[in-house]
Write a protein that binds this ligand. Structure first.
Ligand SMILES: *Cc1c(COP(=O)(O)O)cnc(C)c1O
Length: 369
């Protein structure tokens, strides 16, 4: 257990609550001798289609693979440019590089998501796709992004790793573009026992390619129609995810209530919490604020028994791995300024109102608010 009075996440109470159900499911699947791509995966895929409204959902090994396979199935590769924000987990850019394409960064807005007003100035004759990231589960303005993509004939591949259950105008994250990649990493709202992911798409040809590619290009046991990889969603994960999907709305409702309470209680004007736009329902995988004197605030909160994390202090274009892409500090001023201010507060479905009150009091006290 965490030594913090308010831990950042709490996987132990989650397991305590779900233990009987999960162990029974694992026992049932193992007793049946089901191990690889048996019916549990297909059942979970169908359940995700029903939940999100996507026509196809294809279970894969991770969110990273889901994004990579989405790009790959869209035909994006060598010589192609993919516009994306420098505020994300590194997988967005890593997946782009590993299909052979070139990531082209585009600054973000105050909400930390790609700024639709700046996308067009990043388009060149080589641009093939836009990859918006719904950071922290906060939806990008997908209607505007789709409109820009349509106007320029670009594909949209969503990094919807964090947006399972997020909606704009009632439509789910990951279902706006040609494909969307979802992550079931243990720290996401819908989480497997380890790594897992899924591609959402309405496009039959894209779905067919990804189904083949995730499983060695095998049409049948002895019929290889293309060379693929091994990126299957494991059966035990799928079985557990089937159960957890039935509880996802409950998880998101709790997280949204937590976020509301934080917003009401944090008074210090030095702390900026982007508002949720009308017609958005964000899932709050994380609760990230932008705070003046962030590092000192973090030290103060740690002393008060509150565990926080900087998510992340370095924008993607300034990592060592990006050196060859030719960016420098100053290229994306909004993202860079945010990276000096972002702080993720404890945020999970087992937080109590008292704990949230304790965090807010400590934040307000730090600024004398
Ligand atoms: C978690 C995450 C990924 C990667 O997902 P994995 O399942 O860990 O591979 C990609 N992009 C974003 C924005 C993420 O948060």
């Amino acid at each position: 257990m965490s030594d913090f009075k308010v831990p950042f996440i709490d996987l132990q109470p989650r397991y305590a609550e779900e233990r009987d159900e999960i162990l029974a499911r694992i026992d049932r699947v193992l007793s049946l001798g089901h191990l690889v791509l048996t019916q549990e995966v297909g059942e979970f895929e169908e359940a995700v289609c029903r939940y999100t409204g996507a026509r196809h959902a294809i279970g894969v090994n991770s969110g990273t693979d889901a994004i990579l396979l989405g790009l790959w199935a869209a035909g994006i590769g060598q010589g192609d440019e993919v516009i994306q924000p420098p505020v994300s987990f590194v997988a967005t850019t890593g997946a782009t590089v590993h299909v052979g394409a070139t990531p082209v960064f585009c600054d973000v807005g105050p909400d930390q998501n790609i700024d639709p007003d700046r996308i067009e100035e990043r388009i060149t004759s080589r641009t093939r796709a836009i990859m918006p990231v719904h950071w922290t589960g906060r939806m990008c303005d997908m209607l505007r992004i789709l409109e820009i993509a349509d106007r320029h004939g670009l594909a949209v591949i969503e990094d919807s790793a964090q947006s399972m259950g997020s909606r704009q105008n009632g439509r789910h994250g990951g279902t706006f573009g040609l494909a969307g990649g979802i992550s079931f990493h243990p720290l996401k709202n819908l989480n497997a026992l380890g790594d897992g992911g899924m591609v959402l798409t309405d496009d039959d040809a894209v779905a067919e390619k990804i189904r083949l590619y995730r499983n060695h290009g095998l049409q049948a046991r002895d019929d290889v129609v293309m060379f693929g990889i091994n990126s299957r969603l494991d059966v035990l994960h799928a079985e557990v995810l089937k159960y957890r999907l039935t509880r996802l709305d409950e998880v998101i409702a709790k997280r949204r209530a937590n976020a509301d309470l934080y917003r009401r209680l944090i008074r210090a004007p030095e702390v900026v919490i982007p508002a949720e736009p009308a017609h958005h329902e964000d899932s709050y995988v994380m609760f990230i604020v932008q705070a003046e004197r962030r590092d000192a605030l973090q030290t103060h909160l740690t002393a008060a028994g509150i565990q926080t994390l900087v998510y992340y202090g370095t924008p993607l274009h300034l990592h060592k791995a990006a050196a060859g892409l030719g960016y420098k500090r100053g290229d994306f001023p909004v993202a860079e300024a945010q990276c000096d201010r972002v702080l993720a507060l404890p945020h999970h479905q087992y937080l109590t109102a008292d704990q949230i009150g304790h965090v807010a009091d400590a934040v307000n006290a730090f600024y004398g608010a």
